[in-house]
Design a protein around this ligand. Structure first.
Ligand SMILES: NC(=O)C1=CN([C@@H]2O[C@H](COP(=O)(O)OP(=O)(O)OC[C@H]3O[C@@H](n4cnc5c(N)ncnc54)[C@H](OP(=O)(O)O)[C@@H]3O)[C@@H](O)[C@H]2O)C=CC1
Ligand SMILES: Nc1c(N[C@@H]2O[C@H](COP(=O)(O)O)[C@@H](O)[C@H]2O)[nH]c(=O)[nH]c1=O
Length: 375
């Protein structure tokens, strides 16, 4: 269909879409199970007259906020949207119709909506005679919405494995102590990561060794993610910090576990495979309850199982300038037997956080959807 050249210079389009991507990011952590979406509206002469983003699930979509801000100035204007405008009536009405009704004559969106219930917005816009183009800054918009897009495409939550390690790759000392490997600045950064996630997960080893709290601290306006711990035999003590009232907690136990000593905590009972909870069983159940982004905070054994199951979509390592020489590696066995089986990654970012280095990387080969085979 038509492209952008007729109404504005391409760089004006790019600037407006980049702004829409920035706006979308403001919704991270509060829109799930919906995507983050940003929208910029320019009037007929190309001046920005409205901005909006999807702020929270159940609230108005980005386009609706931006149209409200633009008012009559939207007539004859262009809408820049990070995701294809929706075509369905959910908790709010279809955005494609709202844009047409407001007199928008051109729509530029970055990424097509993979959700079968909401897609078709572009066709509706075109049928209404609106000049509609897709794909502008698609890679940037896709990265900004990676968690939601991955989860809708794969039918499981997007998984970020985060760890802290010394420069020699140790995640704990020989005696098991690991607090703290990374700096206070890095740990504050982790709280921001938690705030952007729907759920935070630790394995049984970490649960027993660290008595983790997993709450978000020091992030203004943050929504507390669901705290999840694996505890196959329900060994957790009622005084554990994860059970306090800082936020919701889900304890994942074996289907036959004796949980009589644990009252007031939500339990998810799953079958055990060789005494272990199946990674994909767990992910499927979490997806069904609306978890779209999961922060896996270790430990090394569980991270190995996730990697082996093809269920790590992003790795964030906080590398501290310290050496231990002994102690567990950041990642335990992931079923990789030889160098040709190494999980290769692309580094997407490397930044200093206080004295540490934060490295973000994504697998070179695409991770897998939910699988029936468990390890
Ligand atoms: N530096 C860092 O970033 C971090 C360091 N740590 C450190 O790591 C150590 C703990 O790690 P680790 O001992 O590896 O334990 P993990 O936290 O990785 O937990 C592993 C345990 O999780 C349970 N589990 C259930 N299902 C699975 C599955 N499918 N695959 C694997 N495990 C499963 C099992 O416990 P169960 O017996 O209940 O079935 C298993 O023993 C501590 O010393 C801690 O301080 C931990 C987190 C982060
Ligand atoms: N040791 C270590 C981390 N460990 C992780 O943080 C959890 C503790 O969280 P909380 O109890 O909420 O403070 C712990 O169980 C483990 O998952 N994280 C880091 O950023 N840096 C570190 O050096």
């Amino acid at each position: 269909m038509a492209t952008h050249a007729a109404h504005a210079a391409p760089d004006a389009d790019t600037r407006a879409m980049r702004r829409a991507i920035e706006l979308a990011a403001r919704g991270l952590g509060s829109t799930s199970p919906n995507p983050v979406v940003g929208c910029v509206i320019t009037d007929a002469s190309g001046v920005i007259v409205g901005e909006g983003w999807h702020e929270r699930a159940g609230g108005p979509h980005a386009e609706v906020h931006a149209l409200r801000a633009a008012g009559e100035a939207a007539r004859g204007g262009t809408a820049y949207v990070t995701l294809e405008p929706c075509n369905h009536t959910g908790r709010t009405g279809p955005c494609a119709q709202a844009l047409a009704g407001a007199g928008i004559t051109r729509v530029v969106y970055a990424v097509s909506d993979p959700n079968p219930q909401a897609s078709g917005g572009a066709a509706t816009l075109r049928a209404a005679g609106i000049d509609t183009a897709a794909g502008l800054l698609a890679d940037e918009a896709e990265a900004g919405n990676a968690a939601w897009l991955t989860s809708v495409r794969l039918g499981r939550p997007h998984v970020t494995w985060k760890y802290a390690a010394t420069l020699d790759g140790r995640s704990a000392a020989a005696d098991g102590s690991s607090r703290w490997i990374s700096s206070a600045e890095s740990r504050a950064d982790v709280h921001r990561l938690r705030a952007e996630s729907d759920a935070v997960l630790v394995g049984g080893g970490t649960l027993r060794a660290d008595d983790p709290h997993l709450a978000v601290r020091g992030v203004e306006g943050a929504t507390q993610p669901l705290r999840i711990a694996l505890d196959a035999r329900a060994e957790l003590q009622p005084a554990a910090r994860i059970l306090d009232d800082a936020g919701p907690t889900l304890l994942v136990v074996g289907e036959d576990a004796d949980t009589r000593h644990l009252t007031g905590v939500e339990l998810l009972r799953l079958p055990l495979h060789d005494g272990r909870i199946g990674v994909h069983d767990l992910l499927t159940r979490l997806f069904r309850r609306g978890v779209r982004s999961l922060l896996l905070e270790g430990g090394p054994t569980l991270a190995g199982a996730f990697l082996e199951g093809g269920a790590v979509d992003r790795v964030i390592g906080y590398i501290a300038p310290a050496l231990l020489g002994a102690g567990p590696a950041a990642l335990a066995d992931a079923g990789i037997k030889n160098i040709s089986g190494a999980q290769r990654l692309d580094i997407t970012e490397a930044v200093r956080i206080g004295p540490d280095l934060r490295i973000t990387a994504v697998p070179v080969t695409a991770p897998t959807a939910t699988a029936t085979k468990e390890h």
